[in-house]
Ligand binder design. Structure first.
Ligand code: ATP
Length: 218
Protein backbone atom coordinates (compact mmCIF):
# COMPACT_ATOMS: atom_id res chain seq x y z
CA UNK A 1 0.00 0.00 0.00
CA UNK A 2 2.85 2.40 0.78
CA UNK A 3 4.94 1.37 -2.22
CA UNK A 4 6.14 3.43 -5.13
CA UNK A 5 5.01 1.75 -8.33
CA UNK A 6 6.13 2.77 -11.80
CA UNK A 7 4.37 1.22 -14.75
CA UNK A 8 5.75 1.84 -18.23
CA UNK A 9 7.19 5.24 -17.33
CA UNK A 10 8.74 6.90 -20.38
CA UNK A 11 10.29 10.38 -20.66
CA UNK A 12 10.63 12.11 -24.02
CA UNK A 13 11.92 15.48 -25.07
CA UNK A 14 10.39 15.83 -28.52
CA UNK A 15 11.79 12.94 -30.56
CA UNK A 16 14.45 12.06 -28.00
CA UNK A 17 13.50 9.21 -25.67
CA UNK A 18 15.46 10.07 -22.51
CA UNK A 19 13.97 7.17 -20.51
CA UNK A 20 12.52 4.12 -22.25
CA UNK A 21 9.49 2.56 -20.54
CA UNK A 22 10.48 1.30 -17.12
CA UNK A 23 8.60 -0.70 -14.49
CA UNK A 24 9.72 -0.52 -10.90
CA UNK A 25 8.44 -1.16 -7.40
CA UNK A 26 10.04 0.24 -4.26
CA UNK A 27 9.02 -0.35 -0.65
CA UNK A 28 9.42 2.03 2.30
CA UNK A 29 12.86 1.42 3.80
CA UNK A 30 14.58 0.78 0.47
CA UNK A 31 17.48 2.78 -0.95
CA UNK A 32 17.90 2.54 -4.72
CA UNK A 33 20.90 3.80 -6.72
CA UNK A 34 20.30 4.86 -10.32
CA UNK A 35 23.60 4.81 -12.18
CA UNK A 36 24.77 5.34 -15.74
CA UNK A 37 26.94 7.62 -17.87
CA UNK A 38 26.29 11.31 -18.39
CA UNK A 39 23.17 11.80 -20.50
CA UNK A 40 21.83 8.31 -19.72
CA UNK A 41 18.54 9.65 -18.35
CA UNK A 42 19.12 9.55 -14.57
CA UNK A 43 17.96 13.10 -13.86
CA UNK A 44 15.02 12.71 -16.23
CA UNK A 45 13.86 9.63 -14.34
CA UNK A 46 14.24 11.41 -10.99
CA UNK A 47 12.38 14.49 -12.20
CA UNK A 48 9.58 12.29 -13.46
CA UNK A 49 9.45 10.49 -10.10
CA UNK A 50 9.22 13.86 -8.39
CA UNK A 51 6.40 14.87 -10.78
CA UNK A 52 8.52 17.85 -11.79
CA UNK A 53 8.17 16.69 -15.37
CA UNK A 54 5.33 14.73 -16.84
CA UNK A 55 6.19 11.30 -18.27
CA UNK A 56 5.22 10.90 -21.92
CA UNK A 57 3.76 7.49 -21.00
CA UNK A 58 3.08 5.38 -17.95
CA UNK A 59 2.06 6.05 -14.38
CA UNK A 60 3.73 6.68 -11.03
CA UNK A 61 1.76 5.69 -7.96
CA UNK A 62 2.89 6.42 -4.40
CA UNK A 63 0.98 4.94 -1.48
CA UNK A 64 -2.01 4.28 -3.70
CA UNK A 65 -2.24 7.76 -5.25
CA UNK A 66 -1.01 8.65 -8.73
CA UNK A 67 1.55 11.46 -8.80
CA UNK A 68 0.32 14.01 -11.31
CA UNK A 69 1.99 17.36 -10.64
CA UNK A 70 4.78 18.76 -8.52
CA UNK A 71 2.53 20.50 -6.00
CA UNK A 72 0.43 17.43 -5.32
CA UNK A 73 3.60 15.30 -5.11
CA UNK A 74 5.10 17.74 -2.61
CA UNK A 75 1.96 17.47 -0.49
CA UNK A 76 2.33 13.67 -0.66
CA UNK A 77 5.84 13.99 0.81
CA UNK A 78 7.92 13.73 -2.36
CA UNK A 79 11.13 15.72 -1.88
CA UNK A 80 13.66 16.35 -4.65
CA UNK A 81 17.28 17.37 -4.03
CA UNK A 82 18.25 18.64 -7.48
CA UNK A 83 21.70 18.73 -9.01
CA UNK A 84 22.82 22.30 -8.35
CA UNK A 85 20.99 22.28 -5.02
CA UNK A 86 18.27 24.88 -5.63
CA UNK A 87 19.06 26.81 -2.44
CA UNK A 88 18.14 30.44 -1.83
CA UNK A 89 21.58 32.10 -1.87
CA UNK A 90 20.49 35.22 0.02
CA UNK A 91 19.27 33.16 3.01
CA UNK A 92 21.37 31.45 5.66
CA UNK A 93 21.90 27.71 5.73
CA UNK A 94 19.48 27.38 8.66
CA UNK A 95 16.84 29.55 6.96
CA UNK A 96 17.03 27.35 3.85
CA UNK A 97 16.06 24.37 6.00
CA UNK A 98 13.61 26.19 8.28
CA UNK A 99 11.57 28.35 5.89
CA UNK A 100 10.10 25.50 3.80
CA UNK A 101 9.10 23.71 7.02
CA UNK A 102 7.29 26.78 8.33
CA UNK A 103 5.70 27.27 4.89
CA UNK A 104 4.47 23.67 5.05
CA UNK A 105 2.79 24.39 8.39
CA UNK A 106 5.22 22.65 10.72
CA UNK A 107 4.93 24.36 14.14
CA UNK A 108 7.82 26.76 14.83
CA UNK A 109 9.37 24.84 17.74
CA UNK A 110 9.32 21.55 15.86
CA UNK A 111 10.62 23.23 12.70
CA UNK A 112 13.49 24.72 14.72
CA UNK A 113 14.33 21.36 16.22
CA UNK A 114 14.25 19.58 12.87
CA UNK A 115 16.46 22.29 11.36
CA UNK A 116 19.08 21.94 14.09
CA UNK A 117 19.00 18.12 13.85
CA UNK A 118 19.29 18.16 10.05
CA UNK A 119 22.25 20.55 10.08
CA UNK A 120 23.95 18.40 12.73
CA UNK A 121 23.33 15.28 10.65
CA UNK A 122 25.24 16.79 7.72
CA UNK A 123 27.99 18.17 9.99
CA UNK A 124 27.06 21.83 9.56
CA UNK A 125 25.78 22.63 13.04
CA UNK A 126 28.34 25.46 13.26
CA UNK A 127 27.41 26.96 9.88
CA UNK A 128 23.68 27.57 10.28
CA UNK A 129 24.10 31.33 10.36
CA UNK A 130 26.24 31.52 7.22
CA UNK A 131 24.71 32.79 4.02
CA UNK A 132 24.62 30.15 1.29
CA UNK A 133 26.86 32.30 -0.90
CA UNK A 134 29.51 32.18 1.88
CA UNK A 135 29.62 28.36 1.79
CA UNK A 136 31.67 26.07 -0.45
CA UNK A 137 30.00 23.99 -3.15
CA UNK A 138 30.26 20.89 -0.98
CA UNK A 139 28.82 22.68 2.06
CA UNK A 140 25.95 23.93 -0.08
CA UNK A 141 25.27 20.39 -1.23
CA UNK A 142 25.11 19.30 2.40
CA UNK A 143 22.66 22.13 3.20
CA UNK A 144 20.45 20.96 0.33
CA UNK A 145 20.48 17.47 1.83
CA UNK A 146 19.79 18.88 5.31
CA UNK A 147 16.75 20.67 3.89
CA UNK A 148 15.49 17.37 2.52
CA UNK A 149 16.18 15.53 5.79
CA UNK A 150 14.31 18.21 7.73
CA UNK A 151 11.30 17.66 5.49
CA UNK A 152 11.00 13.99 6.57
CA UNK A 153 10.11 12.84 3.08
CA UNK A 154 7.95 9.87 2.17
CA UNK A 155 9.88 9.64 -1.12
CA UNK A 156 13.32 11.28 -1.21
CA UNK A 157 14.93 11.78 -4.62
CA UNK A 158 18.56 12.92 -4.56
CA UNK A 159 20.33 13.79 -7.81
CA UNK A 160 24.09 13.24 -7.50
CA UNK A 161 24.03 13.91 -3.73
CA UNK A 162 27.77 13.29 -3.26
CA UNK A 163 29.23 14.87 -6.42
CA UNK A 164 30.90 17.84 -4.67
CA UNK A 165 32.00 16.06 -1.49
CA UNK A 166 35.23 14.66 -0.09
CA UNK A 167 35.41 10.99 0.89
CA UNK A 168 34.44 11.50 4.55
CA UNK A 169 31.39 13.60 3.69
CA UNK A 170 30.37 11.25 0.88
CA UNK A 171 30.27 8.46 3.42
CA UNK A 172 28.40 10.62 5.91
CA UNK A 173 25.75 11.64 3.35
CA UNK A 174 25.19 8.08 2.14
CA UNK A 175 24.81 7.03 5.79
CA UNK A 176 22.28 9.84 6.26
CA UNK A 177 20.35 8.70 3.18
CA UNK A 178 20.38 5.19 4.64
CA UNK A 179 19.06 6.72 7.87
CA UNK A 180 16.15 8.21 5.91
CA UNK A 181 15.36 4.75 4.54
CA UNK A 182 15.55 3.29 8.05
CA UNK A 183 13.08 5.97 9.18
CA UNK A 184 10.71 4.53 6.58
CA UNK A 185 11.27 6.69 3.52
CA UNK A 186 11.74 5.38 0.00
CA UNK A 187 15.07 6.80 -1.17
CA UNK A 188 16.34 7.03 -4.74
CA UNK A 189 19.71 8.55 -5.57
CA UNK A 190 21.19 9.14 -8.99
CA UNK A 191 24.93 8.72 -8.70
CA UNK A 192 28.21 8.37 -10.57
CA UNK A 193 29.87 7.24 -7.35
CA UNK A 194 30.39 3.44 -7.37
CA UNK A 195 30.95 3.33 -3.60
CA UNK A 196 27.65 5.11 -2.95
CA UNK A 197 25.89 2.79 -5.39
CA UNK A 198 27.36 -0.23 -3.65
CA UNK A 199 25.75 0.79 -0.37
CA UNK A 200 22.28 0.95 -1.86
CA UNK A 201 19.86 -1.99 -1.65
CA UNK A 202 19.77 -2.20 -5.43
CA UNK A 203 21.32 -0.62 -8.50
CA UNK A 204 19.38 0.25 -11.64
CA UNK A 205 21.68 1.16 -14.52
CA UNK A 206 20.55 3.45 -17.32
CA UNK A 207 22.25 3.52 -20.69
CA UNK A 208 20.76 5.75 -23.38
CA UNK A 209 17.56 5.64 -21.40
CA UNK A 210 17.34 1.85 -21.20
CA UNK A 211 17.17 0.55 -17.64
CA UNK A 212 18.77 -2.74 -16.58
CA UNK A 213 19.32 -4.12 -13.12
CA UNK A 214 22.95 -4.39 -12.00
CA UNK A 215 21.67 -5.50 -8.61
CA UNK A 216 17.93 -6.00 -8.18
CA UNK A 217 16.26 -4.87 -4.98
CA UNK A 218 15.96 -7.72 -2.48
N1 ATP B 1 15.04 19.78 -21.02
C1 ATP B 1 15.57 18.97 -21.95
N2 ATP B 1 15.27 19.14 -23.25
C2 ATP B 1 15.78 18.32 -24.20
N3 ATP B 1 16.62 17.29 -23.94
C3 ATP B 1 16.95 17.08 -22.66
C4 ATP B 1 16.44 17.90 -21.60
N4 ATP B 1 16.95 17.45 -20.43
C5 ATP B 1 17.73 16.39 -20.74
N5 ATP B 1 17.73 16.17 -22.08
C6 ATP B 1 18.42 15.07 -22.78
O1 ATP B 1 17.92 13.85 -22.25
C7 ATP B 1 18.96 12.90 -22.11
C8 ATP B 1 19.05 12.45 -20.66
O2 ATP B 1 19.48 13.56 -19.86
P1 ATP B 1 19.57 13.47 -18.27
O3 ATP B 1 19.93 14.83 -17.77
O4 ATP B 1 18.36 12.83 -17.76
O5 ATP B 1 20.82 12.48 -18.10
P2 ATP B 1 21.70 12.16 -16.81
O6 ATP B 1 21.95 10.68 -16.83
O7 ATP B 1 21.06 12.71 -15.60
O8 ATP B 1 23.05 12.94 -17.12
P3 ATP B 1 24.13 13.59 -16.08
O9 ATP B 1 24.78 12.43 -15.37
O10 ATP B 1 25.07 14.30 -17.02
O11 ATP B 1 23.36 14.50 -15.17
C9 ATP B 1 20.24 13.56 -22.64
O12 ATP B 1 20.41 13.18 -23.97
C10 ATP B 1 19.92 15.05 -22.52
O13 ATP B 1 20.63 15.77 -23.50
Amino acid sequence: MDELILRGVEVRYGDLVAVHPVDLMLQPGQLLAVTGPSGAGKSSLLWALGAALRPSAGSIVLAGAELTDREQAARAGVVVVPQGNGLASSLTAAENVLVPLLAAGVPADEAGRRTADALTLVGLEESGNHLIEELSGGQQQRVALARAFGAQAVLLLADEPTSDLDAANRERMVAALRGEALRGAIVVMATHDPEAAEQADGELHLDEGVATWVRPLG
